[in-house]
Ligand binder design. Sequence first.
Ligand code: HEC
Length: 108
Amino acid sequence: MNRLVIRAGWGLALLAGCAAAGSDAVKSDGRLAPGEAIFRKECAMCHGNNGTLGLSGAKDLTKSTLSKEEMIAVVTRGRGGMAGFGHLLTAEQINEVVDHVRTLHAAP
Ligand code: HEC
């Protein structure tokens, strides 16, 4: 009985933590969508969580005019000041993170 109470407490603490992070992409189970999780881990240090940070010449992703295929090519092979992620992420992960980038683009 005690163990059950403790577990429920943990679940609530985790949910509260995610809500505090204030992400609109948090799924109903409290986790980030995979593409957004990858973006925050691998891309946000230059592009920012919303794609507009532009650190060290990074393009504002909300204004990108690239097609999905072109974005996949940039993310896989890199370009200019951005190293490629083809050795770090699987094709599936690159597809997910590019889908996320395209949702930033659609945002007002
Ligand atoms: C080290 C900093 C850095 C990181 C990390 C980084 N980028 Fe970039 N990104 C850049 C820079 C700089 C450019 C501009 C490259 C150029 O001028 O050719 C760029 C350009 C891009 C473009 C092309 C935009 C356009 O319209 O031309 C896309 C798409 C992109 N990044 C997505 C990503 C994604 C997705 C990730 C994570 C998997 C990521 N970037 C991680 C620095 C970074």
